[in-house]
Ligand binder design. Sequence first.
Ligand code: ARG
Length: 558
Amino acid sequence: MNKYLAQKIAEETNYLFQAEAIEKMLEKPKHDELGDIAFPCFQLAKFLRKAPPIIAAELAEQLINPAFEKINVVGGYINFFLNKSQVMNEIIPVILKQQQNYGQKEQSFENVVIDFSSPNIAKPFSMGHLRSTVIGNALANISEKNGYDAVRVNHLGDWGTQFGKLIVAYRLWGEKGAIEKAPIKELLKLYGKFHEEAENNDALNNDARAAFKALENGDLEENSLWKWFKDASLDEFQSIYELLNIHFDTFEGEAFYNDKMADIITQLKEKELLKLSDGANVVELDNMPPCLITKQDGASLYATRDLAAAFYRQKTYSPKKVLYVVGNEQSLHFQQLFHVLKKMDANWAEHLSHVGFGMILKDGKKMSTRKGHVILLKDVLEEAINTAKGNITEKNPTLLNKDDVAKKVGVGAVIFNDLKNYRSNDIEFSLEQMLHFKGETGPYVQYTFARICSMLEKASLQYHDDVIKITLTDNAWPTVVLLANYPNIISEAFEQMDPSLIAKFALQLAKAFNKFYATTKILAPDDSINSRLALCKSTSIVLQDCLNLLGIEAPEKM
Ligand code: ARG
């Protein structure tokens, strides 16, 4: 609707502004009673040399059209009231026909690479990795909804000097059986012990450096230990991904780039970008610390592997965009990375962006994995599922498949709690709050969806899809307007890389619908029953789609 109106206004004002610019000027009036769309005439005044209220009055005359029920001029504003019947009859049949394809943008056959989750081998899956996992997955889904092919990359932290330490620690104190039983817990213990012992015994650090060097040189024994640590950790991570229902296209992590770094270093040398500094090789950067490329002993670094990864992805996927979904604390790393690429004349680097995010707080403090008190994500998710099960049993004791529903609700609550906030903000983690069936929660949206499903089931005899004309009372209007706006929200969420726009939209839609539900006898056997059920069905389609974009499943009963 906004597009159409903007085009009309552009025409009537002889293209003082292009339609796209006009569309950006359109506003939502402060109160619903003022209208559906407002156009402020102030910017036109400069060009037309007339007072805004006069322009508004004249222009309003020109815009009279069956698409508008009423047009009011208030000061310099033109307020439009959409023709409700026309909009309803345009939108609802489209949703019913397209189902979950409503709002789907045309296929562009371009790739968007999303580097997300990327936990570190032999370390616990942290709350930060949880954020990266759910934000990255939502962005991948949103990219697909916007017509792109998403490439989901798990850039595993499976290389680095810490593996030298682990190998040394394992040889000194490790126990095969214990690691097989609980890999991450045991490896973490070994890593901790290494640091304790190394404080008074520097020789250990030298051994660790030598072991990492051997690993980088491809020595067999070190490599088979490393592979074992990696596979065992990955098994544990997989069980988390299964719980979250998230998959990746590739697990090409840091180690994958071992044989791809020499070429980068050659390029850096050829471009005379490599400088020696205390025996290490660095690239000097403007207005930020230099980027370390190799250490004194020739060992590579995190940044070196990211450089190689950037080139490899460019060659492999020619992506439209590459998103690095990593906490804000790594923003310097990514600034350095992008800056080095620019110095290497990699003009495609402009497609790369760091999609940062804030921390997860518990009672205002960082939920950390440091100093012995490790919060295991798996435990958190299991607790969420258990609590959800309790809530569900209380509400609906006879429900079948309680376990399956509890899993979807518990996990969904954790994901929704994360995604409803703008990603750069820190978020508070309260299982109790996020599992409420009321308020701004995932279960609230899921519950609204399930409620509509059971109503449609009840009505299945009366209800048929081929409604000829939609007739609805005015209390349905806020829901209809939201439904009509969904395609715009999808575009915006992609442009701003912001899944919270989808989550907030889902909350608004659920609220608007519940208000309608509370003030309407939906199943009353009158002429409009099919129109009302069509609105219910359309709402359920869009709510489900929102949840799915966020990576949340929507049970039909709960
Ligand atoms: N493994 C890293 C960490 O846990 C995150 C990797 C992010 N991706 C990247 N290409 N650097 O901090």
